[in-house]
Design a protein around this ligand. Structure first.
Ligand code: GNR
Ligand code: NI
Length: 170
């Protein structure tokens, strides 16, 4: 197990798209464990492979409160979604910034677990938001793509100084 380095915007690797997972082997399982460890260490409620410089189409989430609710999504797809709302969002790869974006409040998705078994799940509110956020990462997207170019340019300028995921605040 290992805590992996989380890339920060504007690292170009965050813009790469991912390739479907086909080998549900021990190597994938170990990578998923590292992703969970990295996410809990941050801490965050989700983490996509793109954020740690990997191009496998996999993300992990845990929006559980007191009771942990670890979710593995390999090759995820949204089946339906409804009710676009404005929500506050942040990202471990855009440290020191949150903003208002549009997300669907309810959705149903399907994905494969670490063994390759397909499952379907409904999600609402923060979990639904997280699913959409992680799916965007897996296609090279970031929530700040929804905000103004000027704001994005300001964030880029601030984070470029250090190139570090903590924005040099440590
Ligand atoms: O930890 C995270 N919090 C969060 C809050 C609102 C909407 C989405 C998120 S995901 C984020 C972790 C992260 O960057 N995942 O890619
Ligand atoms: Ni993110």
């Amino acid at each position: 197990m290992a805590v992996l380095e989380i890339l920060a915007f504007p690292d170009p690797r965050l813009r790469k798209t991912t390739t479907a997972v086909t080998d549900f082997d021990a190597d994938l399982s170990a990578f998923i464990d590292d992703m969970f460890e990295t996410m809990y260490d941050a801490p965050g409620v989700g983490l996509a492979a793109t954020q740690v410089g990997d191009t496998r189409r996999v993300a992990v989430m845990d929006c559980g409160g007191d009771v942990p609710d670890p979710i593995v999504m390999c090759n995820p797809e949204i089946i339906w979604q409804q009710t676009l709302t404005d929500v506050d969002e942040g990202c471990l790869s855009v440290p020191g910034h949150t903003d208002r974006v549009q997300r669907y409040q309810h959705l149903r998705f399907r994905a494969q677990d670490r063994d390759g078994n397909w499952y379907e799940q409904e999600a609402s509110d923060l979990l639904a938001q997280c699913v959409q956020h992680e799916l965007a990462h897996l296609d090279g997207g970031l929530y700040i793509d929804q905000i103004s170019r000027l704001k994005r340019a300001r964030i880029r300028r601030r984070l470029q100084k250090t190139g570090r995921a903590d924005g040099g605040e440590r």
